[in-house]
Design a protein around this ligand. Structure first.
Ligand code: HAM
Length: 479
């Protein structure tokens, strides 16, 4: 075994340590590029957060029997206009729209549900046993005004159940969203409402218009337009001046017929049974036009909300205007509901359906915020079982083969082929808190052996390379 001396570490001055990482120097004549406004890179240091959610999502999908679906990023623009609705912000202001080279009007997918319904129809999934349950994890594109938690490209995890209308379906979707957050340790609550059937909603909309019209002079410019174009969207308005008008508005729940009310009550009974904390939100209408009956959004749990809802939930209206006391954000971490008319609207037979989508950037940002107060919930990088140290070119060559053999036997080593000093590599191994280091120096390369060093006792043992896997498995308690 031979160890090369490592270069002395560069001295850091206090000044250089405080500086942010410098941009790569560029030739003066060359233009450099940054990320476009409203878009963002996801870097390796974020990976542990993404993995935590992805693993939870995959586990839930498997357990609740949802099959993975992936639809193209591009669809015909008309698909989204017809599904999401002309008067919505997404269609009016936010869609990335362009003409393809053959003149087709296309859009970058702003949400997943319409695309899933298109796939359900164009692939004949309606012909299979129902319900069809699918999940996706995909980027969505909305040209929104960039701000915290609002990106022009964001990821959504979605679960959709097509072909069945049953309160158990609505409850299962809410349970999955709730469980996703429970799996990462984030307490959340559901804000729920029912939009009823279209004719009930129309009668309600007429009532809403007459209420808002009587207060027209207090309304923002957008709400004055909404009065004519899409009255339900009046309830989405976030402008300060419109809030008092909303707070005194009639509530949709009072306009529902017996069947719709009965359906909604059954959904709530499921939530009670499942002990999912929820808040009745009479003004929750969602920003997309395709919903009927149950709608819901997921928020970080507000203190006390869980007790004021759930078992023995208050009557509709008692929580009117309830705002989540979210530590990190005031924005929904996810949302969904029933869309019983959408499949028919897009050319299929009348087929009920429901779904939920989680905004992953928001979910991650909320988790990071929560971890600041609860460090034990911080996701960790995947653990290495051993460190593999090598010394010299010959050791690198043999070392890569040995590492690959360990991989296929299920042992996960950390290694860095670009560090050549043993001291340096042992320090890294120490930092990673591995129990054993496998050392391959020039002598070991010739003898076809390795050294296994016990990091706690410092005891070293020479082992034949052929017996390395068995020796490690024994030491790690894997055999
Ligand atoms: P949505 O409420 O428009 O619903 O979006 C779902 C979630 O995506 C939101 O709750 C939010 O967390 C996240 N989100 C939306 N826009 C942005 C953005 N610009 N930046 C970051 N995150 C964002 C839907 O899209 C429906 N397709 C949900 C659904 C599925 N309904 C039935 N099935």
């Amino acid at each position: 075994m031979s160890a090369k001396k490592s270069k002395p570490a560069e001295k850091k001055t206090a000044k250089s340590a405080a500086k942010p990482a410098p941009a790569q120097p560029a030739e003066k004549t060359k233009k450099t590029y940054g990320v476009l406004r409203g878009l963002h890179d996801i870097l390796p240091r974020e990976e542990k957060y993404w993995k935590k959610y992805y693993r939870a999502a995959q586990g839930l999908a498997e357990y609740f029997q949802f099959g993975r679906i992936e639809t193209p990023v591009l669809e015909e623009a008309g698909l989204f206009v017809r599904s999401i609705g002309r008067g919505t912000d997404i269609v009016e202001k936010e869609m990335y729209l362009f003409e393809d080279r053959d003149g087709t009007k296309v859009a970058l997918r702003p949400e997943g549900t319409a695309a899933v319904v298109r796939a359900y129809l164009s692939n004949g999934l309606w012909n299979q046993a129902q319900p069809v349950k699918v999940w996706y994890w995909e980027p969505m594109f909305r040209h929104e005004r960039p701000q915290a938690g609002r990106y022009r490209q964001h990821y959504q995890l979605g679960f959709e159940t097509l072909g069945v209308k049953d309160p158990a379906v609505d409850a299962e979707l809410m349970l999955m969203a709730y469980n996703l957050y429970a799996a990462v340790g984030l307490p959340v609550e559901m804000h729920v409402n029912s939009l009823g059937a279209p004719e009930e909603r129309e009668r309600y909309a007429a009532e809403l218009v007459s209420h808002y019209r009587s207060k027209r002079s207090y309304l923002c410019e957008h709400c004055r337009a909404r009065l004519i174009k899409n009255p339900l969207r009046l309830l989405d308005c976030k402008e300060e001046q419109c809030q008092p008008v909303k707070e005194s508005a009639p509530q949709l729940i009072d306009w529902l017929g017996e069947d719709s009310k009965g359906y909604f009550m059954k959904v709530l009974e499921f939530l009670d049974e499942l002990s999912i904390p929820y808040v009745l939100s009479p003004y929750l209408v969602r920003g997309l036009d395709y919903y009927t009956h149950t709608v819901f959004e997921i928020y970080p749990a507000a203190s006390g909300a869980a007790e004021s809802a759930g078992a023995g939930a208050p009557a509709a209206g008692e929580t009117a205007g309830a705002k989540p006391a979210a530590p990190g954000s005031q924005s929904a971490l996810g949302g969904g509901g029933r869309y019983d008319l959408l499949i028919e609207q897009l050319g299929g037979k009348p087929t009920p359906a429901a779904g939920v989508a989680i905004g992953l950037e928001r979910a991650i940002s909320e988790l990071k915020h929560y971890v600041e107060q609860n460090p034990s919930l911080a996701p960790t990088d995947d653990k290495y079982q051993i460190y593999f140290a090598q010394l010299g070119d010959d050791a690198k060559r043999q070392g890569l083969r040995i590492i690959d053999q360990l991989r296929s036997s299920g042992i996960k080593p950390a290694f860095n082929f670009f560090k050549n000093s043993l001291k340096n590599q042992l320090e890294t191994a120490n930092g990673l808190k591995v129990s054993y280091v496998v050392i391959l120096g020039q002598k070991e390369v010739q003898d076809k052996t390795v050294i296994i060093r016990d990091m706690e006792s410092g005891v070293q043992e020479i082992v034949d390379q052929k017996k390395l896997e068995a020796a490690l498995k024994r030491k790690l308690g894997l055999s």
